[in-house]
Write a protein that binds this ligand. Structure first.
Ligand SMILES: Nc1ncnc2c1ncn2[C@@H]1O[C@H](COP(=O)(O)OP(=O)(O)OP(=O)(O)O)[C@@H](O)[C@H]1O
Length: 467
């Protein structure tokens, strides 16, 4: 059962609030002063703390930084009769989860408590989840900040822009906003602007009517319409071509879309969450990203710090991935503390995704049940070689390393090496061109028949890249 700490010196309010919370199935510990609060907090943990601001023995906000430092995972909800901007700002500055000016609506307060309990990091020593089984692991101060921002957008439809390096968990945050928010019964639809050929983006977003362009053999419903009533996640927004940006802006401004080749305007009801790993400001300056679209999207920015700035999360994440791997059918493994320490020392340029991949590799390679420090050191060295080879020595040196590692048998070296680089190259070109071999060949600057022949030899299926 969740225990709520209620710090309120007005007896009437305290009685009404605790009755409402008890009705919701919580147990409530009441106190009427800062002194009592501090006593109640000693050696005890609570799922949520609700606190008044003006208490008989002082200011309830002033001493919050100490409370947060001692109980970083406990969301704090501030109840205040001083409805000034200053109190709201001070409350927000202390990192409070929510701020309720008095008089407040009890139903709203109880919803906020439910959400705070759901979003709170679990106290399990191994992994923590941000409510509803969502695998957002990590209890660092930095992630607490991210969770708090998430909770601020759950009960509204404000547009969110999730920022962070590649692999930091932007898509997971978008999913959390959807699944914990009031649109959770609607669809969650994701579009990756970087993965769609630029001439298809508009049709992908807005759909098209039959015959709208060559190849439009049937009517198609776009992502906006698919996401109706739910959330549309626009990933890699910085990679969207300018004309698509213009149409997107128009749709966001008017709340209506028009299918490509269509006449009718269709009203849409979607919450937008956009994400990018690019710095959009220089792109605005360079004219490759529309400034007005940026302001439309950047209503609530949520920035996820890179993993190297929240090393406290590495252990929980590593253990979480051991569990995920077992759920996916891989053997159960433990990790040695010395091995964990090596993981904690790394810089992880590919962030959580890179750590996840490293953990899966370690699980597959481990000789016994425990992942030891020497295996971690070996794969770190390996990963380091690839990254530094590419950044420091370029492609040629990377190829040398590849040859050293693979040592193809004599007489097959040329064939092995060209196949090794042709395969990802062709996959990339086909993805860029939606599986269209002619366009992929034009992009590469090679003959279409050569491409077709090599696709067969390399056992690639062009259709896999079409949409
Ligand atoms: N806090 C986290 N807890 C658990 N798993 C995480 C967390 N953050 C990221 N991951 C995992 O790391 C991987 C990358 O996350 P995700 O795809 O959300 O990153 P991203 O920032 O959207 O990346 P990109 O910019 O490359 O699209 C996924 O497998 C995701 O499940």
């Amino acid at each position: 059962m969740h225990n709520i700490l209620l710090v309120e010196d007005d007896d009437a309010i305290a009685t009404v609030v605790s009755a409402a919370l008890e009705d919701d199935g919580y147990s409530v510990t009441r106190c009427a002063s800062i002194l009592e609060r501090d006593k109640a907090l000693t050696g005890q943990s609570y799922s949520v703390m609700l606190t008044d601001v003006m208490l008989t023995d002082g200011d309830g906000i002033e001493s919050l930084p100490e409370v947060t430092a001692a109980h970083p995972a406990m969301p704090i909800i501030i109840l205040s009769a001083q409805n000034t901007l200053d109190t709201a700002v001070r409350a927000t500055d202390t990192g409070a989860f929510e701020y309720f000016p008095k008089p407040f609506d009890l139903d709203e307060l109880s919803r906020a408590v439910n959400q705070a309990v759901g979003t709170r990091a679990e106290q399990s020593p191994d992994t923590e989840e941000a409510g509803g089984g969502l695998p957002l692991v990590g209890r660092s101060q930095a992630m607490q900040g991210v969770y708090r921002m998430i909770t601020r957008v759950l009960r509204n439809d404000l547009t969110v822009l999730v920022l962070g390096e590649s692999g930091t968990g932007k898509e997971l945050v978008a999913e959390a906003i959807h699944q914990l928010g009031h649109r959770k019964s609607g669809p969650f639809v994701a579009v990756n602007a970087a993965a769609i050929p630029s001439d298809l983006i508009e049709s992908e977003l807005f759909g098209h009517e039959k015959g709208a362009f060559t190849g439009a053999v049937a009517q198609s419903i776009g992502k906006f319409e698919q996401a109706n009533g739910g959330t549309l996640f626009l990933d890699e927004i910085g990679d969207m071509p300018l004309d698509a940006q213009t149409r997107l802006l128009r749709a966001l401004q008017s709340g209506k879309i028009r299918r490509v080749g269509g006449r009718q305007e269709i009203a849409i009801d979607v919450r937008i969450v956009a994400a990018t790993n690019r710095d959009l400001r220089p792109m605005i300056a360079a004219g490759t990203f529309r400034e007005d679209l940026f302001y439309r999207l950047n209503v609530v920015p949520i920035e996820i710090p890179p993993l190297r700035q929240r090393r406290d999360d590495i252990e929980a994440l590593a253990k979480h991935f051991l569990k995920v791997a077992t759920e996916e059918g891989l053997p159960a493994r433990q990790i040695d503390p010395a091995a964990l320490n090596i993981l904690k020392d790394q810089n992880w340029p590919g962030n959580v995704r890179e750590l996840r991949n490293a953990m899966f590799r370690l699980i597959v390679m481990a000789r016994d049940d425990v992942i030891e420090a020497d295996s971690v050191a070996a794969i770190i060295e390996d990963m380091g070689k690839t990254v530094s080879a590419i950044t420091e020595h370029g492609f040629g040196k990377t190829l040398y390393l590849w040859l050293e590692q693979e040592s193809p048998s004599p007489g097959t070296v040329y064939h092995a090496a060209t196949s090794a680089f042709e395969k990802p190259l062709f996959e990339w070109a086909l993805t860029q061109k939606g599986g269209n071999q002619l366009k992929a060949a034009q992009l590469l600057g090679i003959n279409r028949n050569t491409l077709r022949k090599r696709i067969t030899e390399l056992k690639l299926t062009a259709d896999d890249y079409g949409r």
